[in-house]
Design a protein around this ligand. Structure first.
Ligand code: FES
Length: 68
């Protein structure tokens, strides 16, 4: 399936994704509604590491390229 980031790009939503989903940036940072956050597969270690560098990190932050 498409990631949230790819869907955003498809529909002209203003979300970056400088590394095209290779977990080498945090420009695809999204803040997920808590109800939905709980339903996602948990972030893996490598996503967490990159997420730590994201601007304005929240408890329900994810990287959009990793939400599929
Ligand atoms: Fe770079 Fe998601 S697009 S980590």
């Amino acid at each position: 399936g498409l990631s949230i980031m790819e869907i955003a790009h498809k529909y002209d939503v203003d979300l970056e994704g400088a590394c095209e989903g290779s977990l080498a940036c945090s420009t695809c940072h999204v803040i997920v509604e808590p109800d939905w956050y709980a339903r996602l597969q948990p972030a893996r270690e490598d996503e967490e590491d990159m997420l730590d560098l994201a601007f304005g990190l929240t408890k329900t932050s994810r990287l959009g390229c990793q939400i599929i």
